[in-house]
Write a protein that binds this ligand. Structure first.
Ligand code: GLA
Length: 385
């Protein structure tokens, strides 16, 4: 049975009727542009083939019923009028938060029955929560005919995550899930959400991109992500700009000098300003067909996240070091950090050697075995049936 039929059958079993429709929204990896999105900067994610899938029907009685095939929890039944920020610590906060955000923005959502399942690994830095949010937002947007554009769905999902769930994340993950296209990476300006789809077909050029899930679970609602964000905001305030995106790369040295002995803030500012410039370099290399040359830029990005932003961990560093020693073109951690996944850009011929080397290095270090898979740029959120 395909994913659509399976989630349909699950819905019928739970709620006793066919769903009005089935939707899917993917997780993502970020090629480059990390911790730039809440600084109004640039990012470049692409969608994974892994998706959250939802079968959904409308209700008119102000009730929301939620079920996940992946959690042994039974059906959660909520009243729309009771939905309140930070009232829920379970997985249901993501879909319920979207319903809350839609209603709070004035959209006439009167209730729903929702059955979900997801193939996006959770806690792996691959945006499993954004996939859940976006699939629910797209489904409800379609069913209640809300006329919302993709970027608007992403904004509402970010609001669900920031306010309802209480995690201070940026806009990258939701926009990636809502807006990516197969065969492309998404060059996104997070200030105005303007976008360019950049062709990214590694297989055609004899390369592959591996995702290595270190199995070290990260969590955004814990303090470290928020501390980095607050440090960046302090940097922008000290430098008299709206966001760190407003410091041009050419002015970086002068900006660092002005920050004087604010060592911590200086490091954060240096990462963000150089990272925005790395995104622009990757875009121009891809546009001019110099795909292999993005490898060293990815490696620079990792060093900056490890040394300046300080959000790597021994497992992520080990993936990067081992992959590079094994001949990879480039490698870096991806996503929020403190665990989760790394990406490795490699010649197709070296995939097996590098995978084996990483697995052996993890075993030798006494780390949990990593999960390695190939990532092909896939489609963004869509209706399946
Ligand atoms: C997480 C957040 C994103 C972004 C990345 C880091 O994935 O959800 O908004 O900040 O971390 O680039």
């Amino acid at each position: 049975m395909g994913a659509e039929q399976q989630v349909r059958a699950g819905f019928v079993e739970l709620y006793g009727a066919e769903p009005e429709g089935v939707w899917a929204a993917p997780g993502r990896v970020n090629l480059i542009g990390e911790h730039t999105d809440y600084n109004d900067g640039f990012v470049m994610p692409f969608a994974l083939p892994h998706t959250a899938t939802a079968a959904v029907s409308r209700r008119t009685d102000g009730r929301l019923r939620l079920h996940s095939a992946d959690v042994e929890d039974g059906v959660a039944e909520l009243r729309l009028d009771d939905l309140a920020p930070e009232s829920d610590r379970a997985w249901t906060a993501y879909p319920a938060g979207v319903v809350w955000a839609l209603r709070e923005a004035g959209h006439p959502v009167t209730g729903a029955d929702i059955h979900l399942t997801s193939t996006v690994p959770s806690g792996a830095g691959l945006s499993s929560s954004a996939a859940l949010e976006v699939v629910v937002a797209l489904a409800l947007g379609d069913l209640f005919e809300l006329g919302l554009q993709r970027w608007q769905l992403a904004r509402l999902c970010q609001r669900a995550e920031n306010v309802y769930v209480g995690a201070p994340t940026g806009i990258m993950d939701q926009t990636a899930s809502a807006c990516c296209e197969a065969g492309h990476a998404l060059f996104l300006d997070t200030r105005d959400l303007s976008q360019k789809q950049i062709p990214f077909d590694l297989a055609a050029e004899g390369m592959r991109l591996l995702v290595v899930d270190t199995q070290v679970k990260h969590a955004h609602s814990d303090g470290e992500y928020g501390k980095r964000r607050a440090g960046c905001e302090k940097g922008a305030a000290l430098l008299g700009v709206d966001a760190l995106r407003d410091i041009p790369y050419a002015d970086l040295d002068a900006a660092l000098e002005r920050l004087g002995d604010e060592e911590e803030v200086r490091r954060l500012v240096r990462h963000v300003v150089t990272e925005d410039q790395r995104v622009e370099r990757v875009v121009s290399l891809l546009k001019s067909g110099e795909t292999r040359a993005i490898g060293p830029v990815l490696v620079e990005g990792h060093a900056s996240l490890r040394d300046d932003f300080r959000i790597s961990c021994p497992e992520l560093d080990l993936v990067v070091d081992t992959a590079l020693a094994g001949g990879a073109l480039g490698a870096r951690m991806t996503g929020g950090g403190f665990g989760g996944s790394a990406i490795v850009l490699t010649e197709a011929a070296d995939v097996d050697t590098i995978t084996k080397a990483v697995e052996e290095a993890f075993a030798a270090a006494g780390f949990t075995a990593p999960r390695v898979f190939e990532a092909v740029p896939s489609a963004g959120a869509r209706r399946l049936g």
